[in-house]
Structures are given as structure tokens and as C-alpha cells.
Design a binder for this molecule. Structure first.
Ligand SMILES: [Zn+2]
Ligand SMILES: [Zn+2]
Length: 181
């Protein structure tokens, strides 16, 4: 078994009583992710949490909680800021095609997200990455009251006003460029 990434959990090593893993994702882990995915939308992140793995027959129940901060660009003013984020998840991993067997389902699938694993190791790192993507707000805002950028001159209106801020600004059609937000 090759283990290039960290957080590869040997399925055999999960005891019948379950396995709890403290998660503390810092700069090394993030650098690895950025290396593999240069389009990643956040520059920095600090995330901690707890994951519990339980075997149910050949299925693996993964329950966890992650919380921390992601450094995101505000969708209005484009400044980066530390966005608090958290997620709770319940995933049921069933053997994928390669390891499928005729065993019946051991758990009710309602309320659980279903995913697959193959081979002898559980790729917890990939699984956590998926959860972190889900943690990200669709429209990050540095503040609910963020005024954004002037559509004409690009001035950050949180810091200063600009000459463009006249009556015309009050028309809903005055700033068509804002519609892309
Ligand atoms: Zn902003
Ligand atoms: Zn302006």
C-alpha cells in the first residue's frame, strides 16, 4: 500500500469499537492541496475537528465535525478575510465496484450520504477535502454591510467615497456591472 497522502486509514486497523481521529489541518496539508489543485478558492485555512469511523459489516460509517476559518475573497469588495466555517457530516462508505459483495445493507440509508471506497485504505484526506468544499459559502461576504467596489472606478466603498457616487447611483440600472455579483 502506498501512502502518498496523509490520513490514509487502513480499514483493517479500525477496531470494532470504532476509531476516533482528531483532525488538525494546518499549513502542510493545505500546501499539498494547493499543489494538486491550483484553482483552490481559498488562500489559507485552519481547520480542526473530530472524525469517528465505525465498521458496520463491510460498510464504514464516517461521522465528524470540522470547524475553523477559511481565508476567502469577499464577493463584493474582493478583499480577503477569515471566514468562520463549520460542518457536521454523516457519511456511509460502501465497498465500491471493485470490492462489491452480495452482502445486504447493514444500515438504513436514510439520513446518510452514501459514498464508495475501494481497496484496503480509506482516503480520509480526500473525504475531508470534499467536506471543506461544502463548508465554503457560495457568496463570501467580509461583512453583511460590505459596500463593495464602485462599478465605475473600482474604489472600495468601505473605505472611501468616490466622485461617481451621485444621484445616478440610486438607479437600479446605474451599475450593470454589479449584476455579475
Ligand atoms: Zn467585502
Ligand atoms: Zn467611483
Amino acid at each position: 500500500m502506498t501512502a502518498k497522502k496523509a490520513l490514509q486509514i487502513s480499514i483493517k486497523a479500525i477496531p470494532e469499537t470504532g476509531l476516533e481521529i482528531a483532525i488538525d489541518l494546518g499549513p502542510e496539508w493545505l500546501a499539498r492541496w494547493h499543489g494538486e489543485d491550483p484553482g483552490l478558492e481559498f488562500a489559507d485555512a485552519r481547520i480542526t475537528g473530530l472524525v469517528r469511523l465505525e465498521k458496520h459489516g463491510r460498510d464504514i460509517l464516517v461521522r465528524g465535525r470540522l470547524a475553523g476559518h477559511l481565508e476567502l475573497a469577499c464577493s463584493r469588495c474582493l478583499e480577503s478575510f477569515a471566514a468562520p466555517a463549520a460542518i457536521d457530516f454523516d457519511l456511509l462508505l460502501v465497498p465500491g465496484v471493485a470490492a462489491a459483495s452480495a452482502e445486504g445493507e447493514e444500515l438504513s440509508l436514510t439520513d446518510l450520504d452514501l459514498d464508495y471506497y475501494t481497496g484496503e485504505a480509506l482516503d480520509l484526506e480526500s473525504l475531508l477535502r470534499e467536506q471543506i468544499i461544502l463548508m465554503m459559502p457560495l457568496k463570501p461576504l467580509c461583512d453583511e454591510t460590505c459596500k463593495g467596489l464602485c462599478a465605475h472606478c473600482g474604489t472600495s466603498l468601505n473605505r472611501e467615497t468616490c466622485p461617481c457616487q451621485t444621484d445616478a447611483v440610486n438607479s437600479p440600472f446605474a451599475h450593470p456591472a454589479k449584476l455579475k455579483m
